[in-house]
Design a protein around this ligand. Structure first.
Ligand code: SF4
Ligand code: SF4
Length: 187
């Protein structure tokens, strides 16, 4: 792996205008904690992740612990200034971006410029302290929910609109393509 890169947001707005991501688990929208779903238009909110097991014939998760919006472009993104209109109160996943330990990978333009191919990228920790903190908090929440509700993990892809049980190999494929960074997050 090369020398760690200093992260610098280009304020291009790409991430705020591309909230739906194609992943190995299906198309996934922006990750929202239960308390954050009220920040997006309610008609666009659907489940994202579930845990535990309920039902006999129609198996489904016991609890929904994360939600997503079906919007591609965030309603809080200001086209003219390229700024977030709720920056101080933005969702945890936005605070953590471009880290992707806990959410669907989004293609940060800054990171894309650093790596033309699939080579690993590592970021200088001092430049992503706030992002790491937000990502760790979200990751801890997911770990807590998954240990409280034993059983399979569930995902609700935006395009399929039905619960899908996730296996270990699905999860392995889903891991972000920034292994250096991920290993730091998971330490
Ligand atoms: S809430 Fe703000 S930071 Fe998050 S996607 Fe919307 S505009 Fe971007
Ligand atoms: S895509 Fe990356 S560089 Fe562009 S606004 Fe988002 S975080 Fe900043």
């Amino acid at each position: 792996m090369g020398t760690p890169i200093r992260f610098k947001c280009l304020k291009c707005g790409y991430c705020c205008a591309h909230l739906i991501n194609e992943t190995s688990l299906g198309k996934l929208g922006i990750f929202l904690l239960p308390q954050e779903r009220g920040w997006f238009p309610q008609e666009t909110i659907i489940p994202l992740y579930g845990a535990g097991l309920k039902g006999k014939r129609r198996l489904r998760p016991q609890v929904i612990y994360a939600f997503q919006s079906t919007l591609k472009r965030c309603p809080w993104f200001d086209e003219r200034s390229h700024l977030c209109l709720i920056y101080e109160h933005r969702p945890s996943v936005c605070r953590a971006y471009p880290l992707s330990g806990t959410c669907a990978t989004r293609e940060c333009r800054f990171l894309a410029m650093q790596s033309q191919d699939d080579e690993e990228i590592s970021l200088e920790i001092s430049t992503i302290k706030e992002e790491l903190k937000a990502d760790r908090e979200t990751l801890n929440y997911i770990i807590a929910m998954r240990s409280k509700y034993k059983g399979p993990m569930w995902v609700y892809p935006n395009d399929e609109k039905k619960w899908k049980m996730v296996t270990g190999s699905d999860l392995n494929q889903y891991l972000p393509k920034i292994p250096g960074l991920l290993s730091q997050i998971l330490k």
